[in-house]
Structures are given as structure tokens and as C-alpha cells.
Design a protein around this ligand. Sequence first.
Ligand code: ADP
Ligand code: MG
Length: 684
Amino acid sequence: MFEDLSVSKVKGVGKKTEEALQNLGVYSVGDMLSYFPRDYVELPEPGFSPEKEGKLVSLMLRVDAMPVTRRGRRMDVTVTTGRSEGQTFELIWFRMPYVRSLVKAGETYVFYGRLVQKPSGYALEQPKIFQLRDYEERRKRLIPVYAASSEIKSTKIEKLVRTILSDPAFALMDNLPAELQKRQGLISRLLAIEGIHQAKSREALIEARKRLVFEEFFFFLLTMESVKEKQDKEKNRFPAFRDDFVEGLIKKLPFSLTDAQTNALSEMKQDIAGPHLMHRLLQGDVGSGKTILAFLLMAEMAHNGLQSALMAPTEVLASQHYETFQRLEEELSLDFPVILLTGRMTAAEKREGRKRIAEEKGAMVIGTHALFQDAVEFHSLSLVITDEQHRFGVRQREALSEKGERPHILVMSATPIPRTLAIILYGDLDISVIHELPKNRLPIKNAVVGPEWREKAYEFIEKEVAKGRQAMVICPLIEESEALSAENVTDYSALLKERFGKQIRVDCLHGRMDGALKTKKMEEFASGKTKVLVSTTVIEVGINVPNATVMMVENAERFGLAALHQLRGRVGRGAEQSYCIFVNTGDEEKNRRLEILKSSNDGFYIASEDLKLRGPGDFLGVRQSGDLGFVLADIYQDAELLKNASEEAKRILAADPELSSPENECIRQALDRKRDSFLENLNL
Ligand code: ADP
Ligand code: MG
């Protein structure tokens, strides 16, 4: 099928472009078509008005003179002026001396950039330059903005997608039966792919997205169905909780469990003491205290001479859990073996770890997914807990059952999902919820501020660092984007380095760094070496730095509130007062949304309020649940589609479990192609 062809077969893709695309995860033509824009820009009608100050505007201007470049201390600045109806505007470009060759004095262009007021009058910063005719053409559609890199620009990606879509050899097959499409009111796959890349209007975009989101859910659910264990209830071969051992431990804890923790624990206890294996989801907001429950369950297994394993999504989190467990053992005077196994340990260390896992029967094992590689043989694995496992633990369960292990399963997640949706997504899992934070917690102080407060925020961070604390700054982008005006980690960390000077160590972190480097940087922050960490949302999962007291989020309006709430959960974990600064670079309306964060610390409530405030279709650039591993789909705003997809999946499987009928042929083919990559993704 053409979708499997290498992307190098596309006209215009040479060696360099191919490599650049591969770095973005695009290998095949199909990957390219599934590399959806992350945002869209609607170009405004050219025109000036003072209210647009601070916003992106278009002005049709006659250029007065050839731009000149001044060498600044930090960067080149290229300037000229342009005129429209008697009014003069300054045009300013940073680090773009080459614009001198793009405009001619006396000619008229459309300039699209940010309108700012200077003492000398209005100016446009970093404006893009368009020929008049070209601008009018572009205004007829939404301009896609792809997550690009310094090696390949968004416009190049746009062009390549266009080349593929206009090539008659690339005939896109549908993967949903026509009947189903009709029933669900979905457009065809071809129209949807075209629509998402080359949207003519917002309405068209919504239709395209609807189809693709449905498809994403539908195939996800079918994949889940295909890995689900066939037997309903399996016999529990690991009876535990036959004495009051855990009660004894709880009494010795330095704090008392919250009611919600106690309830969740008793539900899990009933499972583990019962006739069948536990299959449970433990959902609890960040900081609600899930780790201690995991520890208590694992200690109970160890008390019964049985092994258990705790899986973390990152090396850093696994190491942190390892330390926490050792500390808890000390506090509670226990000496069950605690074994760490992660991917980056040396071969010798791993060998040693595996040997201990094979021999020490009451061990509590902590690790990353290295734990489930073939070479690991457990002595008596009775319980597997996956932490922060937003991806449902499916892959782990499959790996386990392939090895013939059938332990109790607990999946822990901090992502707030309404129960009705959790039932669909997690299928066969029972659900416990910790709906309450420990009472001793100092509530995080929140501020929603405009960009003019940045300097104050930096001063505040300096003060906190002087007190020995640390800060995190979150930016939406990795590096500068030609089309999106949002802060990026690369420039922002450079700016803060300059702002804070040598005294304060500033570092940066983002998802495109390789695993070892990410781990190193997270560790340097966790250990206190780095004082200010500028990061994308990769920091969302897997870092726990109680000493971090400030979280500053740039362009906060671009994030879903649930995502912001998750980010906020990264501070306020220690004894000190913590602060969250949300910088709103959007309008007042956006402020109203962000204010919800101030009024509540309840992740469930926040996600639902956010949805109420934003209308349907206001999905661009704002996602609630990026951590669930879906590309486009968002379980909050697409809840209805999730339900529909679930119904369709059930209906089709009930009538044709093997998907062998001719009309389901297209589903089966697509499922075969998608299944592996889906499972790979789940394993991330
Ligand atoms: P999460 O649910 O996000 O994984 P953690 O388990 O990391 O949260 O708990 C956050 C912090 O709260 C830890 O330092 C933990 O020791 C502490 N903690 C857990 N339960 C309680 C409680 N009942 N009272 C006070 N502190 C608690
Ligand atoms: Mg946790």
C-alpha cells in the first residue's frame, strides 16, 4: 500500500529532508499524512486599529526604504518603516538580516506581525512578508502550522503534504465501512485527511477532525479488545491480608491516611483477599498519596513471601520510588528486599538485579519497562502496579501474560477521567478514586497575570532561589516557530540565563532530547544542582521535586486546564509554600478560563468547567489530556465520540468477531497495520 512507501519517494524529499522528517518521527508516506498540524492560523484582513495592540495584525504598507541591519549586543536588528494612509509604522525583525533582500523600497506588501506601541509610534515586530495577491489567496483558507524543527520548516511540511495529496498515484483507501460512516455522520477518510491539512474553514476543520478522532478511538478500542484477556475472572492464587500486618504499618506512619486513601485501600484489600485476581484502576489527583498505598500493598505481598513490582514511566521516577521505599522501610523497621531495575543501569547491575529478582521471593521490585523484558524471570510475582500509567498498562499486561505470569494488576493514574469514560477506556478494570488531598498540605498560591508581570515573576523566582528553592518554567514550544507566537524552551532558557546571571543555574528540557540526556537533566534538577528548569510539558509526568516551589507557565492560555492542573501538581509537594504563575498572553476571555484554576484544586472539577466555558470547535491548540497517548483525540471534549466509537466497536465485534465479512475487510486491514504501532505507543 502506498502509505507504507518511504517518505523519500515523495517529490521534493532529498536526503536532508528525509533525515529531518525522520527526526520528527515521519518515515513513511502514511506517517506524513498522519502528521497533523498542531495549530492553524487565520490571516486577518489587513487594517490598523489601536485596540489590536499586542496582537498579531496584518497591515498593507508601502515600504519607505531598504531595511538596515544594526548589530546589537545580543542580536541583529533589522528595521525600516512602511506607510499606509498617511500613518507610518516601524517594521522590526530580530535575527533576520536576510529580510533586506525580501522587500524593495517603494513597493507595497502585506506585513503580518505583532503590533506594539513604541515611544515613536506603532511598530510591527517580526512581521512575515506577503505579496498582495499571495496574501489574498492565503486568506481563503486556514494556514496549517506543523510542529517543525530547525531542520525543516512548517511551510515545507505543508508543501510535501500537498504534493502527496495531489498525486493521483496516492489513492487513499477508507478504513471504515460506508454503512458505519453514514450511521455516525462521518465524512470519508480522504476528505478528512485533506480537510485536516488544508482546511478551508473552521467548520470544515471540525468535520475533518471529528472523523479522524472517531477513527482514532475506534481502532484504539478494537486494539484493546484484541489484547484483553479472554477469561473474565481468574482465580486468585495469592491470598493475602490474613492478619493485621498492614494496619500495624499504618499506625506507624508519620501521618494518618485520608478517608479517601483508606477507602481505596480497603477496596484493594478486598480484591486481594478475595477469590479472583485484582484488576483495578486507582485514580487520584496529583499529590493525593497513591505511592504510599502502592507501598502498603507491596509490603503486604512481601509479608506473605510474595514478589510484587512497581513500574514507573521514567527512570527518574523509578529511582525516586526506590528511594521512597527504602526510606519507608527504615521508618517502619521493615527489611524486605527492595530491588531497582532500570534500562540505564550497567549490564552488570542489571544482571545482578535480575538474579535477585529470580531468587529473592519476598522482594519489592521497582523499575521502568526494562522490568518486563524477556530476560527477567520473577520468582513469585503476585502483584504488578503501574504508576502514572496513562496508557492503560495494556502492553505490560500483554507482556506478562505472554510469559505466563498472572498477577494482581493495579494501574495508578493522576489523569482525571469521568467514571463513564474510564469504564470505556479501561475496559475490564474496576475503579477506585482518591478524591481528596492530605489535609496538612499548604494550598498552592496561584496567580494569573499578563505578560507585563514577567519581570516581577523573575524577581520572585530569584528570591525563592535565594531561599534555597527551585523553579520550573513551562513553555509551549521547543524552538522558535515561524507561525506560532508562543514562547519556546530554547530561547527562553537563553533569556533567563542572561537575566539571572552565573549565580543561578538555568537549564532546559524538552521531548525531542534523547532519553539519557532527559534523564540527566531531570536528575540535575531533582538533586538541586539546576535551580531553574525551563521545559516543555514533558515534565508533566515523572518528576517529583519537593524543593521546587515555583511553577511559571508561559502562554498558559494555550493549555487545557486539566493539563495545567497536572503541571501545577509538580509543585506544592514539600513543606514550603508553593506558587503557580500562569502567564496569560491571550485576551480577557482566556483569563476567565484560567481563573478557574485559582478557584479549585480539584482536577475533576477543573476539567469539566473548562469544557463548559469553551464551546465546541474551540479545540485548536488546547488539549486536556495529551498524556493519554492519542494524537488528535481528547477524551474530555470528544467524550461523545468516544462513546459512539465504543458502541460501534461493540456492535461490529458482536456481529463479526473475526472481522471476516467483506464489508469489514477494510477495518481488519487497517487494524492489522495499526495494531503494532499502537502497542508500541502504549509502551512509551
Ligand atoms: P501521588 O498520588 O501524586 O503519587 P504521592 O504518593 O507522591 O502523590 O504523595 C505526595 C506526598 O504526600 C508524599 O510526600 C507523601 O508522603 C505524602 N502523603 C501521602 N499520604 C499522605 C497523608 N495521608 N497525609 C500527609 N501526607 C501524605
Ligand atoms: Mg505519584
